[in-house]
Design a binder for this molecule. Structure first.
Ligand SMILES: [Zn+2]
Length: 402
């Protein structure tokens, strides 16, 4: 829709005011055209300070007169402003400062970080994405150690703390500049120079001095095929992330009544204690189940076939029932028909090695009769019945047939 509209019209190139001054937030412009575009309107101006999506950086938002700018699209020659109402004549443009500053911090930070990775690890940047919450660069290198990351982060922040100037060069002679990456363009090239550090062809909005970036932090790395994806935050995003991380650390430490940085060692200690408790809990449970199995065995008299058929319905969980079945069937001539009293009943059938019945088949049929499912080996099987199934009488009846 937008493309066909734009291609059918022949407008002069939109003058891009953000090329000259990325701190310009208010400007006047003449509206050259305003056309319906889906539920909104697409506007072309003679000049604009609105940055359109491109080069990994999202568009600016703000107002053209009373119309809200919802999107900004680069059609090479001219820029389309998608607005929520029709406008005409002369208009005052007003750009959202918070969003512009955020993008400017992330984008300038990216130039600094990309050059820092080259100087520390000879790792070139192959891709950049400025996201809503964080940004990423994809860099080409085989190894990315914690030491490399720290050194790169330190170098990048030193460049910020030195508050170096960021200059824009418009040139037709790109060979005169030591460019970090080449460009396919041969003329009217816009080169961003971070004083004495980095030269990069770019059409985005950048800081005038590196100090505006505030801070760069690397948050995570991830291997993507042959590249490393480095997630980073600059400026206010780094501050927000610090506050969040600090609050998390303080709240965790409070649980231990400890200082903020003590949490990791206290959590490790707690994990070890938990492991030991789980081990002793397992041992105590096994002892209890062994005793319970012995009581069940002794209180069950052999039937005419000389088999002890233990029918036992309890509140124990399925794993405990299986252990109980194992203890019971360590004795000869035992059949265990065990069940839980849970809302969704679980069943375990097991028999001793000398008993010639197939518990798998027996349990499968039993469950099927109640609309449940189950199965297993001839000596041990398990299954489940639908919620609130009244199965107790059937289990006792089955016991009498064995
Ligand atoms: Zn840039």
């Amino acid at each position: 829709m937008v493309n066909s509209f734009a291609m059918n019209n022949n407008f002069p190139n939109t003058k891009r005011l953000y090329y000259e001054n990325s701190h310009l937030l208010e400007f006047s412009a003449q509206i050259l055209d305003c056309q319906p575009n889906k539920d909104n309107w697409a506007v072309i101006l003679d000049q604009t300070a609105f940055y359109p999506t491109g080069g990994g950086q999202p568009f600016d938002t703000g107002f053209l007169g009373k119309a809200q700018v919802l999107d900004c699209i680069d059609n090479d020659q001219y820029i389309l402003h998608i607005v929520d109402q029709a406008i005409s004549g002369k208009v005052e443009g007003n750009i959202n400062l918070i969003r512009r500053r955020d993008h400017l911090q992330q984008h300038t930070g990216q130039h600094i970080l990309s050059q820092a990775f080259i100087q520390i690890a000879n790792a070139e940047t192959r891709g950049f994405h400025l996201g809503v919450d964080s940004s990423t660069i994809d860099i080409e290198t085989s190894e990315l150690t914690p030491e490399i990351l720290l050194k790169t982060e330190d170098l990048a922040n030193n460049i910020i703390f030195e508050n170096r100037s960021v200059k824009v060069h418009l040139t037709n002679e790109k060979d005169k500049f030591p460019l970090r990456k080449d460009t396919e363009r041969d003329n009217c090239i816009r080169i961003i120079e971070i004083e004495g550090f980095d030269f990069s062809p770019c059409g985005g909005t950048h800081a005038h001095y590196t100090g505006e970036v505030g801070l760069i932090v690397i948050r995570s790395i991830e291997r993507i095929k042959k590249l490393w994806r480095v997630e980073f935050l600059c400026g206010n995003r780094a501050l927000i992330d610090y506050r969040s991380a600090h609050q998390t650390a303080v709240e965790t430490a409070k649980l231990f009544s400890a200082a903020r940085d003590k949490s990791p060692e206290l959590v490790i200690k707690l994990q070890q204690e938990l492991k030991e408790l789980q081990k002793s809990n397992r041992e105590l449970l096994n002892q209890a189940l062994s005793k319970e199995a012995l009581n069940l065995y002794n209180s069950t008299t052999p039937n005419p076939n000389n088999l002890r058929v233990v029918t036992f319905i309890s509140s124990r969980n399925i794993d405990e029932l299986k252990t109980l079945a194992q203890f019971l069937t360590e004795n000869l001539s035992v059949i265990a028909l065990l069940a839980t009293t849970l809302e969704s009943p679980k069943i375990v059938f097991a028999c001793s090695s000398d008993v010639k019945i197939d518990c798998g088949k027996l349990l499968s049929q039993f469950c099927k009769d109640f609309g449940g499912r189950g199965g297993g080996r001839p000596q041990m099987a398990q299954g489940g019945l639908p919620q609130n199934t009244e199965f107790e009488t059937a289990l006792k009846t089955l016991a009498l047939t064995l």
